[in-house]
Structure formats: structure tokens, C-alpha cells
Design a protein around this ligand. Structure first.
Ligand SMILES: Cc1ncc(COP(=O)(O)O)c(C=O)c1O
Length: 442
């Protein structure tokens, strides 16, 4: 191996990999070296069909020429610009276009560098908003069990995945409570779209309001469709009910759209799909098609106004070195143009039913205890090997990679979320190979 050869690093030891079993990986690496359209290529020259859009973040497919060229042009023109007390045109242009993409229902956009930063930003905006309105006691934040909101201390605190919280338990934010999750296999197994059972779980918010008093609660944050915990689809009427209770008590509703934003359900945002409007929502991932890291928080005009009607000077003491990075803005502008001119959402809608049927055809295969689907998302839940939770799905992941398909697993749930440009033949390949793997799993 030579350090001059980009496909073969001189050593794997120095890189501490995120959310990875480092020792396992380094004993048998899976090394991606290039990508185009629906496919990755590994260092052995194998082609791998991308069934997960990277980490949910490449809705337009890899190496889209318009995005590549926009980023190339940008890096050669303005490589970096500070965004504290200075601006550059593409940051403003992108915000205007994003605002328009929400149908002008959201007035302003705050840039971050990732989904985790977007979540922490949204939580801070919620707290600062109530303070600006003279409601400084509204500080309590409410998340949901099994929610994933990234890895910052704010996001982890409102998040509800035990494994992510355990190690940091005493360092999590105080003043946080959680709604129950909505996952119920007894009632809802093998549902296509929104499950029938569980809207009443939103009423748990009333219980938390009684317990803490609305005057102490700043915001509720939920993923419209929870992804990282293994595809939990909201029961029919659940999000509407949450909206009603938040409105009734003056609590801000935050949707974390880091995976659902930018077309995953065939609509620009999940709020469009479910016809439920939050006060604030977070995005990242598909915002730049994953090409340059970026997140963005969208707020309703009245939230922004509360800051702009305050005292002169800096309205919000918050921001990042890479907020509105020129390369990210270039990637964002090009991505938005592709979304709007190349029929991407139309394709997502056109193949969604075929994709979902292909997923549900896995019902009856060994170990499959649930299949749930919405838009271009499928969750396939496997029975766990007693005492070895996650081992069966991890085995499927490794075999899938070796068979040329990229799937994602969390616990014993397989989550599929391909680029929105996927066609029927590729759907057949993805599920055909997955079915064959499921038949051979221990
Ligand atoms: C709903 C949700 N919020 C936040 C995040 C965190 O985003 P990032 O990894 O860019 O920090 C993720 C990442 O998967 C996510 O799915």
C-alpha cells in the first residue's frame, strides 16, 4: 500500500471512525473510492447500488454534474467568507430560494454546518424567542422516546435513543421531558403509510403540560418520520394532534426534517406531506445533496420578528464559523435547481408505490417481523437473536455490501432510503438481493 495511492491509505489506525465498530471495520474494511448516480464503487472495483442515499443525504444521486460544477466554480471564486458582520451574495440568494421553496410560509433561514447544529440552533432559537417575548420561564424542552436529533448536548438531551444517551446521562440538559414513542408492532405491523393506531399518544403532551405547566414549556421537537431509530411512521392524526395541543398552550412545535426534508416523502418537506405546519423546522443532508456539509433552520416570520423588534445590536448570540459557507451555498443553490427542474419529486412519487410493494413483498421471509413504508423509506424489522440485539441485521449489512447493495441497519431494523432518482429496475435489484440475503441469515 502506498500513501500516494488515494484508494489505499498507508494505514487505517489513526482515523477514529464515527458510529463505527472501529476494530471490526479495520479488520475487514469496506472502502468507497468513487460514486456516480445510483452507485458507489469500492477499492476492489465493485459497484454498489446505493439503497440509502449515503446517510439519507444524497437525494439527487451522486456527482450530479450541475452540483459538481457549481461547487468547483465557487471554490475558485470565493473559497471562504466569514458570516459574522459580513455577507456574501449566495448565502442571501439561497435563503430567498429556500424561503420560496416553503411556499413563503417560513420567512427566514439560519445556516449551520450539520443536522446536529441545526437542532441545537432550533432549540436555542425557541428559548431565546420566548425570552424576547417576555416569557423567560418557558425553558423546558420536550422530545420523544426513540427520537434522534443528532449528537450535540441539546439534540442528545431531547433525543430518546438509550444507547446514545447512556454514557452521557448526567451531562444531559436539565429541564427536558419526553413523549412516548409511537412504535407498536402488535397494533401496526406491516402497515403501508401511516398506521391506524396511536394518534392518542399525542395526548401525552397534555399530561406533561399538567405536570410542568405550559408557562414553563418552550418547545416540543419531533421527527415527522423518525429515521435513525428504525423508521417510525406517525400514526394517522398524531402530528395534527400535537400541533393542536402546542397551539393551545403557546408551545413551539419544532419538526426535525433532517431526513424528511428535500423530497424523501415525495413532497418538498414532511410538513407538506402531512399538512401540519411546525413553527420551526430543521434541515441538513439533502439541502446540499450531501456534497458540502450544511444545515438550515427555518422559522415562521413571527419568530424572526420577535428578534428584529428587540434592542439594537446583535439579535441572537449564536452562529458558526461555517454558517453559510460559500461552497455549501453553491451546492444548495445547484441542488435546489435540480430539484425544481429535473422532475426529482415527480420520480419519487411515481416509483413510491412500486418501492413500497417491493418492500412489503419481504413479508413472510425468515426473521421478518415487520415492514413499514412511506414515501421512499422502508423499515424492515428482524427478530433479534436472543442476547445479541443488532447482530442479525449487521450480518445482513455486511452480506449486502459484499453482494453489491448498500443498506443501513439500526439495531435489528434495516432502513432503506435510496436516492429519489431510483428506477424500477434498481428497486428490483435492491429488494431481490435483500430477499436472497434474508433467506440465508442465521
Ligand atoms: C432527524 C435527524 N436529526 C439530526 C441529525 C443529525 O445530523 P448530522 O449527522 O448532520 O449532525 C440526523 C442525522 O441522521 C437526523 O436523522
Amino acid at each position: 500500500m502506498s500513501s500516494q495511492d488515494p484508494t489505499h491509505p498507508s494505514s487505517l489506525s489513526a482515523y477514529w471512525m464515527p458510529f463505527t465498530a472501529n476494530r471490526n471495520f479495520k479488520a475487514a474494511p469496506r472502502m468507497l473510492v468513487s460514486a456516480e448516480g445510483m452507485h458507489y464503487r469500492d477499492d476492489a472495483g465493485n459497484t454498489i447500488l446505493d439503497g440509502t442515499a449515503g446517510l439519507w443525504c444524497v437525494p439527487l444521486g451522486h456527482a450530479h454534474p450541475k452540483i459538481v460544477s457549481a461547487v468547483q466554480k465557487s471554490v475558485a471564486t470565493l473559497d471562504y467568507a466569514p458570516s459574522f458582520q459580513l455577507g456574501h451574495p449566495s448565502a442571501f440568494e439561497l435563503a430567498e430560494r429556500l424561503k420560496a421553496y416553503t411556499g413563503n410560509r417560513f420567512g427566514n433561514v439560519f445556516y449551520t454546518g450539520s443536522g446536529s447544529e441545526a437542532v441545537d440552533t432550533a432549540l436555542k432559537i425557541a428559548l431565546a424567542y420566548h425570552r424576547a417575548k417576555g416569557n423567560a420561564t418557558r425553558t423546558r424542552l420536550i422530545g420523544r422516546e426513540r427520537g434522534y436529533h443528532g449528537v450535540g448536548f441539546g439534540g442528545m438531551s431531547v433525543g430518546g435513543i438509550g444507547g446514545n444517551r447512556k454514557t452521557f446521562s448526567t451531562a444531559l440538559l436539565p429541564g427536558v421531558d419526553h413523549l412516548p414513542h409511537t412504535h407498536n408492532l402488535e397494533k401496526n405491523a406491516f402497515t403501508k403509510g401511516e398506521p391506524e393506531y396511536g394518534a392518542h399518544l399525542a395526548d401525552e403532551l397534555e399530561r406533561l403540560v399538567t405536570l410542568h405547566d405550559a408557562s414553563n414549556i418552550a418547545a416540543v421537537i419531533v421527527e415527522p418520520v423518525a429515521g435513525s431509530t428504525g423508521v417510525l411512521i406517525p400514526p394517522k392524526g398524531y402530528l395534527k394532534r400535537l400541533r393542536e395541543i402546542c397551539t393551545k398552550h403557546g408551545i413551539l412545535l419544532i419538526f426535525d426534517e433532517v431526513i424528511t426534508g428535500f423530497g424523501r416523502l415525495g413532497t418538498p418537506f414532511a410538513s407538506d406531506y402531512f399538512d401540519v405546519e411546525p413553527d420551526i423546522f430543521t434541515t441538513a443532508k439533502g439541502l446540499t445533496n450531501g456534497v458540502v456539509p450544511m444545515g438550515a433552520v427555518f422559522v415562521k416570520p413571527e419568530i424572526h420578528d420577535a428578534f428584529m423588534n428587540g434592542p439594537d445590536g446583535i439579535e441572537l448570540f449564536h452562529g458558526y464559523t461555517y454558517s453559510g459557507h460559500p461552497l455549501a451555498c453553491a451546492a444548495g443553490l445547484a441542488s435546489l435547481e435540480v430539484f425544481q427542474t429535473e422532475g426529482v419529486l415527480e420520480n419519487a412519487q411515481a416509483v413510491a408505490d412500486y418501492f413500497q410493494e417491493a418492500a412489503h413483498a419481504l413479508r413472510g421471509l425468515p426473521h421478518v417481523i415487520d415492514v413499514r413504508t412511506i414515501g421512499l423509506i422502508a423499515g424492515i424489522e428482524l427478530a433479534s437473536i436472543p442476547g445479541r440485539v443488532g447482530a442479525r441485521a449487521y450480518d445482513a449489512f455486511v452480506r449486502a455490501f459484499n453482494d453489491g447493495i448498500l443498506i443501513r441497519v439500526t439495531g435489528d431494523i434495516i432502513a432503506l432510503s435510496p436516492p429519489l432518482i431510483i428506477n424500477k429496475q434498481q428497486i428490483d435489484e435492491l429488494f431481490g438481493k435483500l430477499a436472497a440475503i434474508l433467506k440465508t441469515l442465521a
